[in-house]
Design a protein around this ligand. Structure first.
Ligand code: N01
Length: 654
């Protein structure tokens, strides 16, 4: 924080003491405590409060009111003192002090190895530690270097911002008419994030104004678009063009990228030195092959292609699927439809989070905006809450005596805790409970956040069907046991073609070998999820085994990937290389270790079927690594892991 910013913030904070005190009543106690320690260097009160903090979420502490009041008083006094004295902003605490503060703030031991990661993530100091800078002046060699980025969603935005910062010429190709990617395309009722928002945001574009702890789609889309606009991305984005294929040209070491314009269907070929895909894993809807689905007479659409022209009010609606999209859609439409039949093939686990439906109190928003360092410490709390805490409990204990239903003691306790919660939500309806509790261990499929799903199932106008669908007719869904559900509309909450990564683009590398030749429909592999032998100068974000399922935010992963890709591009530019290609042995060794790590994780459990793995039980989509592991793996690009060819050719890109 620059000195003047700090002083302006401190002056703003103390201008109206009554307002400051009212705001502090609504802000979270642990982040306030951390700010107090940072401002004063005094730890005595923190040590007194620490035993009352039992976890990183704000609902996990039992700090007595009188103690909270002392924290607030001390913070007001510290802010007033800074305002009156004009003293410089306090330095970032040293690593040992940070570790103690962090551990006290979350009521858990924060390992020293997390401190460098957290400093980046929180941005306590003004420097942007994730920015990649040149080691020597790239000079004129940048002029004829060009990067094409496919997609202007969450990953494409950070990719573009970092390329722009480095001065690397680039263009983003986006099939839609606006930025936002998945948050633009998904408009189904109830669409929201289920990672806490003060963490689910870019580290370099904090947003203190989230109105909810888990915001709805419109607010997230506005944030993404605002971030893109503020950072001057629109002139670099070509909207309304879909990449259909990309071919590597061995002679020039460049990629020839074919695009189709949505306005007139016309086609063009662009050329670039490096190609970065930012198309996500969850972009192409999966439409199940159900006999007769095309013959249904009423509206039938996928959650990610929501047809807002259809009024569901008073209609008999079928919803197929019970994943994250269904979890948000179902309870949102149930109150208005005449009848909702939920078709569950296998149940999901779902956790309750008391903040999930809450708005952020206005005083808290004010405090986050106004009090120096508070939003950084808030981010830390939520990072830790959503971080690696559960990772160890998601690994198989080979000696565990109930391996079908859980992995180990901690996982079994979680199972029992969730079952108790669901039983309560279902008012003790044991028949329904038996249908909605999975037989596989918790976290086997993506862990959902309960959006009042179980209460929805208790509504008189909602029914849960757990049989197998046989066919769809013009006006009904027929089950294998002969049951017939007459419906007016069908919602397909059936997920995405996640394993068929980069589809439907045809991407051909050396010798014309395509990504599909290599990966088939469901077996993608890459080094760190980003680089593929035989595909020089191609970088994949959110590629194989980079989805997060134990915690974290996909934005965190994107920032790790983008830094690594920028370092790779720096290597190309500074070295004047035509090509940069991951070594086959490096790729293979990584995948061997990765597969072994995956096999121990809950997502590989034989009782689980999910989009995380292919039908040979190999995890293809999801990462087995802790956030710390992946951060370490991607922090420093290792040139020795790549082969290069010299003498770059200019890309005659349009
Ligand atoms: O898709 P899913 P999703 N007959 O694949 C069922 C992210 N996301 O769109 O479990 C009957 O999870 C299928 O059944 P089964 C998030 O990463 C995030 O809900 O395979 N049923 C399953 O129930 C998420 O994980 C948010 O037995 C069929 C459902 O369809 C990912 O997107 C919100 C079937 C598909 O569930 C995908 O979630 C929304 C068939 N033939 C999405 N085929 C946030 O909160 C499939 N199913 C941030």
């Amino acid at each position: 924080m620059m000195g003047t910013d700090f002083h302006r913030q401190v002056q703003d904070a103390v201008r109206d003491e009554a307002q400051l005190r009212a705001a502090l009543e609504q802000a979270d106690i642990a982040p306030m405590l951390m700010v107090l320690v940072q401002l004063t260097g005094e730890t005595a009160l923190m040590e007194e409060v620490a035993p009352h903090i039992q976890g990183p979420w704000n609902f996990m502490n039992s700090v007595p009111e009188a103690m909270k009041a002392r924290v607030r008083d001390a913070l007001v006094a510290a802010l007033k003192d800074y305002a009156a004295s004009g003293r410089a902003a306090p330095a970032t605490p040293d690593p040992a002090m940070l570790q103690r503060m962090m551990s006290a703030g979350v009521g858990q031991q924060v390992g020293a190895d997390y401190i460098p990661l957290l400093l980046e993530e929180m941005r306590l100091a003004p420097e942007d530690l994730r920015a990649v800078s040149w080691r020597r002046d790239p000079g004129p060699s940048l002029r004829d270097f060009k990067v094409l980025v496919i997609g202007a969603g969450v990953a494409g935005i950070v990719m573009g911002i970092r390329l722009k910062e480095m001065g690397i010429p680039f263009q983003i190709l986006e099939k839609n008419a606006e930025t936002g990617g998945t948050w633009l395309e998904n408009t189904y009722p109830g669409c929201a994030v289920d990672t806490p928002n003060h963490f689910f945001s870019y580290s370099f574009a904090k947003n203190e104004r989230w109105t909810r702890h888990f915001s709805k789609r419109d607010e997230i889309l506005a944030y993404l678009q605002d971030t893109a606009n503020r950072n001057g991305l629109p002139p670099h984005i070509r909207f309304g063009v879909e990449v259909t294929s990309a071919r590597f040209d061995e002679g020039s070491g460049t990629w020839r990228v074919a695009i189709r314009r949505s306005a007139d269907g016309g086609e063009e070929v662009l050329t670039c030195n490096a190609l970065v895909t930012c198309v996500g894993q969850l972009n192409r809807p999966f439409i199940p092959r159900i006999e007769g689905l095309d013959d249904f007479a009423g509206p039938a659409f996928h959650t990610a292609r929501w047809d807002s022209s259809v009024d569901l009010k008073g209609k008999r609606v079928a919803m197929i699927g019970t994943g994250a999209s269904a979890m948000q859609t179902g309870p949102s439409i149930a109150p208005e439809v005449a009848h909702l039949t939920v078709f569950q093939r296998t149940p999901h686990w779902s956790l309750n989070n008391p903040n999930y439906h809450k708005e952020v109190a206005p005083g808290m928003i004010w405090a986050l905006e106004t009090i120096p360092f508070l939003s950084q410490w808030q981010r830390f709390q939520l990072f830790w809450a959503s971080s690696d805490g559960f990772h160890a409990t998601l690994q198989v204990d080979p000696g565990w005596n109930q391996p079908d239903v859980s992995l180990n003691e901690a996982n079994h306790k979680m199972r029992e805790m969730i079952v108790d919660y669901v039983r309560q939500e279902l008012d003790g309806d044991e028949d329904l409970l038996a249908k909605v509790i999975p037989s596989y261990p918790p976290y086997g499929k993506r862990m959902l956040r309960d959006n009042y799903w179980y209460r929805m199932l208790k509504r008189p106008n909602v029914a849960l069907e757990t049989g197998r669908i046989a066919r769809v007719t013009a006006d009904a869904i027929e089950m294998q046991d002969g049951t017939r559900h007459e419906v007016d509309a069908i919602i397909l909450a059936t997920g995405f073609m996640a394993s068929k990564m980069l589809w439907p683009m045809e991407i051909a590398g050396r010798d014309g070998v395509t990504i599909r030749d290599l990966w088939g429909d469901d077996d993608p592999r890459a080094y760190l999820g980003m680089a593929v032998p035989g595909f020089p100068n191609l970088f994949v974000t959110y590629g194989p085994n980079t989805n997060l399922a134990h915690g974290g935010s996909i934005i965190f992963h994107h920032e790790c990937q983008v830094r690594w890709i920028c370092q790779a591009l720096r290597e190309m530019v500074e070295g004047g290389y035509a090509t940069l290609e991951v070594r086959q042995d490096v790729h293979d060794d990584y995948n061997r270790v990765l597969d072994a790590a995956c096999e121990k994780m809950v997502w590989s459990h034989p009782g689980v079927t999910s989009w995380y793995k292919n039908d040979r039980n190999r995890l293809t989509v999801t990462s087995p690594w802790k956030l710390l592991d992946y951060w370490r793996l991607t922090k420093d690009f290792q040139p020795a892991e790549f082969t290069t060819t010299p003498a770059r050719q200019p890309a005659s890109a349009k």
